[in-house]
Design a protein around this ligand. Structure first.
Ligand code: ARG
Length: 408
């Protein structure tokens, strides 16, 4: 990576202003250190400018649901052979891969042993390259739930790091996660696909437990994300006041109405089903998980379309780790296939995500005063969303990490 020069000039064929839904032709972006100082249309680039021919500039992409310390070759029982320390080192590799794919900000929703906190700090300290990370620490959920470790018999006494029961137990776990460096809280409101012995449709954390978690998080000024597939768990999470619902597979009209009323954001990982059903068996995914995916995936895509049609706030969340890191952008075309305009899909991965994180002053668009997180793709994603899989230029915090574009 090149270090940020005092002033950098960046020009391309066009720039997408995701906040106003406009295209700026022949833009010139001026960056001073790590901040954007101006964005001009129809500009002639000065001497020394980075000129990206045929390219579109976009705000750095933001994926609101990943597990950088997990990988797609560590499913089912294979996970038991991996320590949290080892997973942090995997995270170093996955952070670089994700940055190269265009993701300059990610929300990491669940890691054992605070490996995510260590990775975030190593990136912030400049030891390793990676996206800006907002991390949860161990995901909080009930004994035997989706976020517990249910693979072994009781003799082994295995237990997920985020297991808590009862409102006070959950409050204590929120406090513990914040003590050890979490930026936000992840709850498991229902069973899941990948966990052993849980039912995606069944609620797990009770309303009172989620209310306790949300109250504690609010006191501390952090946001809450809730994993929820089943309808009742989704509604309970929304009523408890979580900021985002992850997966949101079995929506009904009441759940959609509640999400709109409470301003709850949905983060729906609609690409991953294709990987699980085609590669999952080879990757060691449990047979019961494959069976559950067959019930969840197609229904989730219908829910996605209904939520988009109803105008629910959506962010881009991939659940990368279940499938290989760096393939996150494949979800853009599915988001368009299942109901979004290309602009809406780009907004989900930029400005909407910045708002969810409370970072709209710094992130989510290419605008004067914001941090210089900028990527480029060949061609125009508003005409062909598939180009999102070909990110050729990545700048984070004013530093260029990748430039495969044609420059002149
Ligand atoms: N982590 C999620 C779970 O285990 C993955 C769900 C993937 N399937 C889907 N259709 N989104 O529940």
């Amino acid at each position: 990576a090149q270090t940020a020069a005092a002033v950098t000039y960046l020009s391309a064929d066009r720039l997408i202003d995701v906040e106003n839904g406009r295209v700026i032709e022949s833009p010139l972006v001026t960056i001073d250190g790590n901040r954007i100082v101006s964005v001009l249309p129809d500009a002639t680039p000065p001497e020394g400018a980075i000129r990206l021919q045929g390219a579109t500039l976009l705000p750095g992409l933001m994926d609101m649901h990943v597990h950088l310390t997990g990988s797609a070759d560590q499913h089912g029982y294979r996970r038991l052979a991996r320590t949290a320390v080892r997973s942090a080192i995997t995270g170093v590799k996955n952070a670089r891969t994700s940055l190269d794919a265009g993701f300059t900000t990610m929300r990491n929703l669940g890691a054992q042993g605070y490996a995510d906190v260590a990775l975030r700090d190593a990136i912030n300290d400049g030891d390793v390259p990676g996206p800006r990370l907002f991390v949860s620490g161990p995901a909080i959920g009930i004994t035997g739930g989706h976020c517990d470790n249910n693979l072994l018999t009781h003799e082994f006494d295995a237990k997920g790091g985020g297991v808590a029961d009862g409102p006070w137990g959950v409050r204590a776990k929120v406090r513990e996660n914040l003590k050890f460096g979490a930026d936000l809280i992840k709850l498991c409101a229902t069973g899941g696909v990948m966990s052993k012995g849980t039912e995606p449709g069944a609620q797990q954390l009770a309303l009172e437990e989620m209310q306790a978690a949300v109250a504690e998080a609010r006191n501390r000024g952090v946001i809450v994300a809730a994993h929820a597939h089943g309808t009742e768990g989704i509604k309970a999470a929304i009523r408890a006041g979580v900021n985002s619902v992850e997966h949101a597979s079995f929506l009904d009209s009441e759940a959609i109405r509640l999400a709109k009323k409470h301003g709850t954001v949905l983060s729906m990982d609609i690409y991953v089903t294709e990987y699980i059903l085609s590669e999952g068996e080879k990757a060691g995914i449990l047979p019961e998980s494959l069976e559950k995916e067959r019930r969840v995936g197609s229904r989730q895509r219908e829910s996605f379309r209904e939520a988009v049609d109803a105008g629910v706030k959506m962010v881009f969340g991939s659940d990368a780790a279940v499938y290989p890191h760096g393939e996150n952008p494949r979800q853009f075309s599915r988001m368009v296939e299942f109901g979004m305009t290309p602009l809406q899909a780009l907004q989900a991965a930029t400005i909407n995500a910045a708002e969810l994180l409370g970072q709209q002053e710094n992130l989510g668009s290419i605008r004067e005063g914001k941090l210089a997180d900028i990527v480029a793709v060949p061609g125009n994603p508003l005409e062909d969303i598939g180009v999102m899989e070909k990110v050729q230029f990545v700048m984070k915090d004013g530093t260029v990490y990748k430039n495969d574009a044609v420059t002149f």
